[in-house]
Design a protein around this ligand. Structure first.
Ligand SMILES: O=C(O)CCC(=O)C(=O)O
Ligand SMILES: [Mn+2]
Length: 208
């Protein structure tokens, strides 16, 4: 499986200057496998529009989401509780690749489908109480290349990078405490993108 790893980027470099760790491994899945995963994910994942309750109002996003995991975890964010679906074969393969590349372990995955550049994700951090504190979040991207940004909560310093097709990024340590991240919308991209964030849920209310 050596051909899967093209070490253009040094995954041991921390892209954040302080108070957190972000590693970018570049394109860990090469063509044509990356295209094949992208197509499989687009067609086989149970995509649904995301729902959130903001200031008491229920809203639906244009972006689609899905959540998979080891068990039927319940997970709450944006004031809505979601229940994980069991891993599909391709998601298990991707989880294993993510674990091998990063040396971390994950038990769930939140997927996002951005149909085009007008869809993005606003500034936030992934510090929900159900997530393991300071646990790693492994982010894999397929499809259109998009810019990804970090902003320090106090200093407002920003760090940006491009997430490539078949690439892997990890956010860990105190990153979610001190830094926000976002996927800015852009007029320059019209193609779709799929992102997978592998996570570790702890205080889950398992419904099994
Ligand atoms: O699409 C991305 O690259 C990031 C998604 C994200 O931040 C999230 O799902 O929490
Ligand atoms: Mn996030």
């Amino acid at each position: 499986m050596n051909e899967l790893f093209e070490r253009e980027y040094d995954g041991s470099v921390n892209l954040l200057p302080y108070e957190g760790t972000v590693n970018y491994y570049g394109r860990i899945i090469q063509l044509p496998e990356a295209d094949a995963y992208f197509n499989t994910l687009i067609h086989r994942i149970e995509w649904k529009h995301d729902e959130a309750v903001i200031f008491g109002k229920r809203i639906t996003t244009k972006r689609k989401v899905a959540w998979y995991g080891d068990e039927e975890f319940e997970y709450t964010y944006s004031n809505i509780t979601k229940r994980a679906l069991p891993w599909s074969p391709e998601l298990l393969e991707l989880k294993e690749i993510a674990e091998r590349v990063t040396g971390e372990q994950f038990n769930s995955c939140l997927l996002n489908l951005y149909h085009a550049g007008d869809e993005g994700m606003a500034w936030h951090s992934d510090g929900e109480k159900d997530l393991k504190k300071h646990g790693a979040i492994g982010s894999m991207s397929f499809g259109a290349e998009r810019k990804f940004m970090f902003k320090h909560k106090k200093s407002k310093e920003t760090v940006s990078l491009i997430l490539e097709h078949g690439s892997m990024l990890v956010m860990k340590d105190a990153t979610q405490d001190h830094w926000l991240h976002r996927l800015p919308p852009t007029k320059l991209v019209s193609a779709p993108r799929v992102n997978l964030t592998f996570r570790t849920i702890v205080r889950a209310t398992s419904v099994l």
